[in-house]
Ligand binder design. Structure first.
Ligand SMILES: O=Nc1c(NC[C@H](O)[C@H](O)[C@H](O)CO)[nH]c(=O)[nH]c1=O
Length: 165
């Protein structure tokens, strides 16, 4: 029996009234695009309307915390929208220096802190992988592999339904 992994998400969550933000980095775009598509696919499966999914991009994962915090402010100011959850998505792939470690650690901690400062759940959608192969597997780009973006979409709906609405 598989031990590791997310238990079954209770399908009864109704996302039809939810407004969800996605902020994604533009580094490693083939992986990013698959993860974002997976998250959006799952949001729609839970009934989130396309017009209620607000997508913004930032250059890299290091910019995700700032972009995540400011997206809520930007939508409030421009279109009067209050988000119910937000999914930052980034892909960090280890290179030949310590750059990877520093961005992973600082970005992860900053995103976690946003769960304390924002009044909405901030889902952790950053892949921190050692090889491109690991990234492809987790984006569902290898046959039979699971797209983690779907888990992040499901988590956003569950958290918003339980704790925001
Ligand atoms: O270096 N590798 C990566 C990366 N570096 C850029 C960084 O996030 C930031 O955009 C710049 O430092 C400018 O602030 N950003 C990623 O999302 N994935 C990587 O794998």
């Amino acid at each position: 029996m598989a031990i590791k992994g997310l238990g079954v998400v209770d399908q009864k969550y109704d996302g039809s009234n939810l407004k969800i933000g996605i902020v994604h980095a533009r580094w490693n775009t083939a992986i990013i695009d698959a993860l974002v598509s997976g998250a959006i696919k799952k949001l729609k499966e839970f009934g989130v309307k396309e017009e209620n999914i607000f997508v913004e991009t930032v250059p890299g994962s290091f910019e995700l915390p700032f972009g995540t915090r400011k997206l809520q402010e930007k939508l409030r100011k421009t279109v009067g929208v209050e988000l119910d959850a937000i999914i930052p998505i980034g892909v960090l792939i280890k290179g030949s220096t310590m750059h990877f470690e520093y961005i992973c650690d600082s970005t992860t901690n900053a995103l976690m802190r946003l769960n304390e400062t924002l009044e909405i759940p901030v889902i952790f959608g950053v892949l921190t992988v050692l090889t491109e192969e690991q990234a492809e597997v987790r984006a569902g780009l290898k046959p039979g592999m699971h797209n983690h973006g779907e888990d992040w979409g499901a988590a956003a709906v569950e958290m918003a339904t339980k704790f925001v609405k």
